[in-house]
Design a protein around this ligand. Sequence first.
Ligand code: NAP
Length: 288
Amino acid sequence: MRVLITGGRGQLAHDLGQVFADHDLRLLSRAQLDICNDEQVREVIGAMRPDVVISTAAFVRVDDAEDEIAQSFAVNAGGAGQVARACADAGATLVQISTDYVYGGQLQQEPLTEAALPAPLNVYGASKLGGEYAVRALCPRHYIIRSCGLYGVAGVTSRNGNFVQTMLRLARAGRFISVVNDQHCTPTATADLAQAVCHLLTAPAPFGLYHVTNAGETTWYEFAQRIFALAGLSPEVAPTSTAVFGARARRPLYSVLSSERYVQVTGRDLPPWEDALARYLRATEAMG
Ligand SMILES: NC(=O)c1ccc[n+]([C@@H]2O[C@H](COP(=O)([O-])OP(=O)(O)OC[C@H]3O[C@@H](n4cnc5c(N)ncnc54)[C@H](OP(=O)(O)O)[C@@H]3O)[C@@H](O)[C@H]2O)c1
């Protein structure tokens, strides 16, 4: 299978690169393929004629997006649309990676299925939802995969990092750490999400929308506590509320996704978040 991955220097792209290593693979960084550059997108996808494009590229700085609205929509909605049109023209299947942040404004407090109506609370979530709609409108052969709280080994060295690395850095620096305890979600290892993308493609699953996260649910405070316990660290850490923490962007208090559709279609379970975190910490420790 000819596979093209956008956002090649990111966490998920790195692990997709491992999973699809045996295929005819092109993992393209932003410098090699800027999804906002319509001409480049058409040229690269038109020339390679991939069977599958997995688009991970995104403007992911959730708080900055509140002030960089045009740029956030240009990448997450406009860029997604460019890739979708080029895929449709080339007859490629598009896997578009999206987010639990398309939710948050809903009242439902139990795992959200794909039938739950999106209600983003912030610019990032709205722009990613715009990207989903562009993909649906422009590329019939698509999978849209919403996931949550991603962390992967590429986050150890990348500019954007991830929550686990931030917690480890603060703890090792001896800093007092306060973490929100009222946002319920399921942090997900990109290693597991990358495998799930492969399982959806090879099933092959019907096209459409899928929620895919590790199994179970937690809060960022409980997640941080598990990180410290597994890493053998004992920082001073306290729970706080979203209101007191006061991040620039509003965030969902509940965005646990139900991966039931994925499990039914592929016949595969997703590992619990606790196992995924332990595996991630072992892998990053082995990296030195
Ligand atoms: N991180 C999360 O918690 C989370 C949760 C749910 C869903 N998601 C979604 O999952 C996907 C992967 O996330 P991730 O954590 O792997 O992100 P990541 O590590 O930050 O990687 C995103 C990559 O996109 C690239 N990029 C940004 N603008 C681009 C453009 N115009 N053209 C091409 N590439 C561009 C970035 O390049 P530079 O390095 O040059 O900036 C970066 O390498 C994204 O679509 C994100 O929205 C993420």
